[in-house]
Design a protein around this ligand. Structure first.
Ligand code: GLY
Length: 297
């Protein structure tokens, strides 16, 4: 049977505005160009995710969420191949493209570098100082903290019912981790990058750099999750979704399975690719795009 054509799926994060689909579409084009140039599935996923990091509308790289102090940005990123290679950084500060640092970690004996160690590693490998703060991130933090202070633990549904700011809640809360999954005709890969969720402490790490939580890749396909990292990590969501793929579910069925698994209050989305196709979906809407090389030619 002929092998399916190379393909890629990219998303701009759970709760990203579906009208911003041009971002993931451009990321798909850039990722497929890497694959067409013979650089492989991993390079394709990293290139595509870098494109999403450089788009200030999305919560990764430039545009990342601020932490609760209103000053700190700490970012997580990871990448993985079907051969089990994994590289990640956590709580890294002041670099432009955390996913590229994660890609370099993959070629060391380690799987994860954190904080100052990750930043120093990046500097030694030529990544210059970069401040990813945007006015959009400042505005998001201000509105969310103003809405939450003194109100106890609000779920998203509570906030949706009560929201009385001019900025729509979707924009105020912002979106989550961006990601890409690829098939280069021989194997699968995936990459993630995140500025973390809103209202988090210094040093907090989400699902993105933890193997099998936000990202899992194997010989049957690749799964990239996005959303509330604590819930995704506790559920080992990407690995368990991959097991469902291995067990015979289609990518579309895997997305449905994952969205049903977590409690309704949890913000979660998924993209999935296999030899049989691809799918994506999120509880709170998501800009995502999938493309095959045939369709692009
Ligand atoms: N999903 C990204 C995070 O929770 O940090």
């Amino acid at each position: 049977m002929p092998k399916p054509a190379p393909a890629i799926v990219c998303h701009a994060g759970s709760a990203s505005n579906p009208a911003h689909v041009d971002g993931p579409t451009l990321a798909c084009t850039r990722g497929l160009e890497s694959i067409r140039d013979g650089l492989g599935a991993l390079a394709g996923a990293v290139t595509a995710t870098r494109s999403l990091e450089d788009d200030p509308r999305f919560n990764a790289g430039t545009g990342s969420n601020l932490r609760l102090d209103g000053e700190t940005i700490q970012m997580d990123a990871s990448c993985m191949t079907a051969g089990g290679e994994f590289g990640a950084v956590a709580a890294i500060e002041r670099v432009k493209n955390p996913v590229e640092v994660a890609h370099l970690v993959l070629s060391t004996p380690h799987i994860l570098l954190v904080g100052d160690g990750a930043r120093t590693f990046a500097r030694r490998r030529g990544f210059g100082d970069f401040d990813p703060t945007t006015q959009g991130a400042r505005d998001r933090l201000e509105e969310v903290t103003a809405a939450s202070v003194g109100l106890g633990e609000w779920t998203r549904e509570d906030l949706e019912r009560a929201w009385n700011f001019e900025t729509p809640l979707r924009e105020a809360l912002g979106s989550d981790t961006v990601g890409s999954v690829t098939w280069d005709g021989e194997g699968f890969a995936g990459a993630l990058s995140s500025g973390g969720t809103t209202t988090v402490l210094r040093g907090r790490v989400g699902d993105v750099p933890l193997p099998g939580c936000g990202l899992y890749v194997g010989e049957h396909g690749a799964v990239a999750a996005t959303g509330d990292g604590e819930y995704i990590a506790r559920a080992l969501l990407a690995y368990r979704a991959y097991c469902e793929l291995e067990g015979g579910r289609t990518p579309g069925q895997v997305v449905e399975w994952a969205l049903d698994l977590l409690a309704v209050k949890v913000d979660v989305g998924l993209i999935v690719i296999s030899r049989g196709g691809f799918a994506g979906g999120s509880r709170h809407g998501m800009a995502w795009h999938g493309q095959t090389m045939e369709a692009q030619s």
